[in-house]
Design a protein around this ligand. Structure first.
Ligand code: GLC
Length: 505
């Protein structure tokens, strides 16, 4: 891979707890992931990003980190993590881990020490009474009282006390944590809630001082070869967003504007153009993301009347045409893979899994559900353990009962069932990622004017990508058909379909 592998990489997101279970306890783990590495190699990805794998009471699926330098026993051991990194590297796959600097866990050594000793509270936000009326992002107050009467701040769950980035010890700790993992061969870190670290009395989002943190982190990353920093930065203001990607800060950040965008030609064109004009002047490669562990699965989202995504769960359970959603998700996948920059694939996206919307409340584990008083279903529906093979649950996920139930109907969606079906979502992703590796990735695009309902552009390699978002079929431009997300008959591209063409030779 080139010096700057990350600029055009296809990055596969592994939500470890739901990927593959190697020891039969119903939860995914490193043994399961290592066993399935050949699947990922075959899929044609360049890197794996793992959600937090650290020891955690799982108040928020592992985003409540008790120890940043070890592995959650349910997932395996530090030794296994080191072996996994080596094995991935042997297959030419880079490894990106999640670092959670905004908050830690009530089970962390620092928080336990703070509880035991009021003089040791400065690493968190403790006060005699709530300093403001902030609400937790998961619902309810952002302040919780401890037995001696003081209160601490948690922007998320009470199990996730916010760290105080005014304290130099916190800075030192995270720089050490970065080195700890870079020394073990990790190729990059995804920075959780990256814009929230710095707090004033009245605000916590995107305060200017946060950039000092990332300038320092960039220096740490640059002590090593080709290690990257990826920001989880949800900011609608693109100018503010771009500040995180200045040459001495983060390498890339997730494109949530594109992820949230409706399946609509004008909206998508706006988002793509905005993304390009935001990134090009600063020389940062855009990223293209359709889903992750926090959002509704595209097959479901694109099958609804409102195809945009917003947090809050308001659209949960609204009427859904899954066939339509599936067709659009296929078209969106080829569109995202063709755009200049890097692309993310969230586990199960390549299998066309829908959101599971009918989970019984008693199995839901996402704190969003409980803290919203049940009004928000939470994110469990996009975190269901993967179906690998077989006719019934647990579908080859492992030998135990999966920690969240899988729908019976997923027998048609297993990786095994799709492997031999040339028209499957899995094979669309495999073929698409293979072509992408040769002809797409980093670079620029040139728009082709094929009408308002059509998004069409040619890439530096000459590959043309055409997506028809209108109701009627449209004639494809000249070229040899390389791949299409649906049937192309007599040179006509059907509605909700994407085709890739190479110049005629
Ligand atoms: C990020 C994660 C999400 C988590 C939150 C708090 O948004 O993606 O899953 O709940 O941060 O850590």
């Amino acid at each position: 891979m080139s010096q700057t592998w990350w600029r055009g990489a296809a990055i596969y997101q592994v939500y470890l707890r739901s990927f593959a279970d190697g020891n039969g306890d119903g939860a995914g783990d490193l043994a399961g992931l290592r066993f399935r590495l050949p699947y990922l190699k075959d899929l044609g990805i360049d890197a794996i990003w793992l959600n937090p794998w650290y020891p955690s009471p799982m108040a928020d699926g592992g985003y409540d980190v008790a120890d940043y330098r070890d592995i959650e026993p349910v997932f395996g051991t530090l030794g296994e993590a080191e072996r996994f990194i080596e094995e991935a590297h042997e297959l030419g796959i880079k490894v990106i881990i999640d670092v959670v600097p905004n908050h830690s866990s009530t089970e962390s050594a620092w928080f336990k020490e703070a509880l035991a000793n009021p003089a040791a509270r400065d690493r968190f936000w403790f006060a005699d009474e709530p300093l403001n009326d902030w609400q937790s992002i998961f619902g309810g107050s952002a302040w919780t009282q401890v037995p001696d009467g003081q209160w601490y701040l948690h922007l998320f769950d009470p199990g996730q006390p916010d760290l105080n980035w005014n304290n130099p010890e916190v800075h030192q700790e995270f720089e050490d944590v970065l080195r700890f993992w870079f020394d073990r061969g990790v190729d990059g870190v995804r920075i959780d809630s990256a814009a929230l670290l710095i707090k004033s009395d009245t605000a916590y989002e995107d305060l200017d001082e946060v950039h000092d943190v990332y300038r320092r982190w960039r220096e740490v990353a640059d002590e090593y070869d080709e290690r990257i920093l990826i920001g989880e930065v949800w900011l609608p203001d693109q100018e503010r967003f771009a500040r995180y990607l200045r040459p001495d800060e983060l390498h890339t950040a997730f494109n949530f504007d594109f992820l949230s965008c409706a399946w609509d030609p004008a909206d998508l064109r706006r988002s793509i153009e905005l993304t390009l004009t935001t990134h090009t002047p600063i020389g940062a490669p855009p990223t293209w993301v359709l889903s992750n562990h926090d959002v509704t699965r595209p097959v479901t989202r694109y099958g609804r009347a409102d195809t945009s995504f917003a947090h809050g769960g308001a659209l949960h359970g609204s009427p859904t045409d899954l066939e339509l959603g599936y067709r659009r998700a296929r078209a969106a996948a080829l569109l995202a893979m063709a755009l200049p920059g890097s692309v993310y694939v969230y586990q199960g996206e390549e299998l066309g899994l829908p959101e599971v919307e009918d989970l019984p409340d008693e199995v839901r584990q996402d704190p969003m559900h409980a803290r919203s008083g049940g009004t928000n279903p939470g994110r469990d529906g996009c975190r269901i353990p993967l179906p690998w093979s077989g006719e019934e649950p647990p579908f080859g996920f492992g030998t135990g009962t999966p920690w969240l139930p899988q729908p019976e109907g997923w027998r048609k969606l297993t990786a095994e069932a799709q492997r031999t079906d040339l028209g499957s979502m899995l094979n669309l992703y495999r073929t698409g990622l293979g072509i992408r590796r040769e002809l797409l990735g980093d670079g620029t695009l040139t728009w082709l004017p094929l009408g308002e309902q059509v998004l069409a552009f040619t890439r530096d390699s000459g590959l043309t990508c055409v997506t028809n978002l209108g109701a009627n079929p449209v004639p494809l431009p000249a070229g040899r058909l390389l791949l299409a997300s649906g049937p192309v008959v007599d040179g006509l591209l059907p509605s909700d379909t994407t085709a890739w063409l190479s110049p005629e030779s």
